[in-house]
Design a protein. Structure first.
Length: 177
């Protein structure tokens, strides 16, 4: 498998479609985790709706990081420990902003509009997730899991094909005599 240097518009659209599908698969699992934990907390504790939602969102964020790193964006592995630290820091930052967006929608509906019933809470929880998902997709692909330059990506493909670790730095070429 080779990585085109300047792929056609169709190749870029196909690549984006694959990325959206993988992001959606991970995100779909995250939504199920988020709503499941939210409803479990709401029905088994006396926590207020937004507090329950924040806890559920944090659990979903942790689940999503694993899915994004090891499934959706595994081809964008960083070569160094510093790169992984940067990735995790940016993921946490943008996830926190998404958490505020997501729970801001729920907070506004619950405390601003007084819609606090189980159906309304789930509707606005889901609406908040949807709005935050747009932000998360843009920020994760733009800042956290940035695409590698074509040469580095090609090197990773060769390493993966040869059974070597994709996160190992490429070895320098031997000097020609």
């Amino acid at each position: 498998m080779s990585v085109p240097k300047n792929g056609s518009a169709l190749d870029r659209v196909r690549g984006l479609a694959r990325e959206v599908a993988k992001f959606g698969a991970v995100g779909g699992i995250g939504v199920l985790v988020n709503l499941g934990v939210f409803n479990l907390i709401r029905h088994t504790t006396d926590l207020q709706v937004v507090r329950a939602s924040v806890i559920a969102t944090v659990v979903a964020i942790a689940t999503n990081y694993l899915g994004f790193r090891y499934f959706a964006y595994r081809d964008r592995a960083h070569q160094t420990k510093t790169g992984r630290t940067r990735e995790l820091t940016l993921f946490a930052l943008f996830s926190a902003i998404g958490l505020v967006i997501e729970n801001g929608v729920l907070y506004t509906a619950t405390y601003g509009l007084g819609w606090d019933g189980p159906l309304a809470s789930n509707f606005f929880k889901f609406a908040g997730i949807a709005v935050a998902t747009v932000f998360r997709f843009w920020s994760y692909r733009s800042w956290v899991f940035k695409a590698l330059p074509a040469a580095a990506a090609a090197s990773l493909v060769v390493e993966q094909r040869d059974g070597q670790s994709a996160t190992r730095a490429p070895e320098p070429e031997p000097a020609a005599n």
